[in-house]
Design a protein around this ligand. Structure first.
Ligand code: ZN
Ligand code: FE
Length: 253
């Protein structure tokens, strides 16, 4: 599966899933047409589908212009269909669809927004997580409680460990610094943070990450891990309480 990473706006990631013959693609959250169209024109690639993860404008602001130009079909969350410009297909939990020739399953992952969805390419083991899960981080809880978001993150955590994760923003450096503030005695995290700093110094992308790496290092997927609970002096707290505490700490980090 060919995924072209296109950094857009100040720190967003948009992705193009390109077919084998390089003739057409599907775009995940292509919010900035002026940063996407030049690539498509240069490579002579058409745009068939837009896959939106949630309604925020840094993910959907390109919809109408791109639809007008390429006549593409726009997919987005059913619960946010009134806020997704130009939406054609509204998606719900467990819906399946064909994108290029891939079969894709939808998970609803509320928390950042109430209707947020993620796109799981089952056979290829690739997931586009939008603003639900980031490299070493998770989205802010604008429209959800810690419990809602924790349950959304568990859906991702239950995918196969080899899963490649493409997220909606490049926040990895700040997330790594924060993760170390919660779990500086996690050797895997220390290594991962070094790796991220190296990538950023080389001007490389820090995506995709893998679910295995995130399970080992991302504090937001580790709210039920003893080491984290101990570090936060929350040994007797529930995972939701620990998750909520980590999220609150991150909000003021
Ligand atoms: Zn967002
Ligand atoms: Fe965003």
């Amino acid at each position: 599966m060919k995924v072209k990473i296109i950094p857009i706006l100040s720190d967003n990631y948009s992705y193009l899933i390109i077919d084998k013959e390089n003739k057409f693609c599907s775009a995940v959250d292509p919010a900035s047409p002026e940063e996407i169209i030049p690539f498509l024109e240069k490579e002579k690639i058409g745009l068939k589908n837009i896959l939106n993860t949630h309604y925020h404008s840094d993910h959907t602001a390109g919809n109408l212009e791109l639809k007008d130009k390429f006549k593409c079909k726009i997919y987005g969350p059913d619960k946010e269909k009134d806020q997704i410009p130009g939406i054609d297909v509204a998606l719900k939990e467990n819906d399946t669809l064909k994108i290029n020739d891939y079969s894709v399953k939808i998970f609803e992952t509320p928390g950042h927004t109430a209707g947020h969805i993620i796109y799981w390419f089952e056979k290829e083991k690739v997931v586009f997580t939008g603003d639900t899960l980031f490299v070493l981080g998770c989205g802010k809880l604008f429209e959800g409680t810690p419990e809602i978001m924790w349950n959304s993150l568990l859906k991702i955590r239950n995918l196969p460990k080899k899963t490649q994760i493409y997220c909606g923003h490049e926040y990895s450096k700040n997330n790594a610094d924060f993760a170390l503030s919660v779990e500086k005695n996690n050797n895997k995290l220390i290594e991962r943070s070094d790796e991220i700093n190296k990538l950023i110094n080389e001007n490389s992308f820090t995506v995709p990450t893998t679910l295995e790496k995130e399970i080992e290092c991302n504090p937001f997927l580790r709210a039920d891990v003893d080491n984290i609970k101990k570090n936060l002096e929350m040994e007797n707290a529930s995972p939701v309480e620990v998750f909520g505490e980590i999220r609150t700490k991150k909000d003021i980090f």
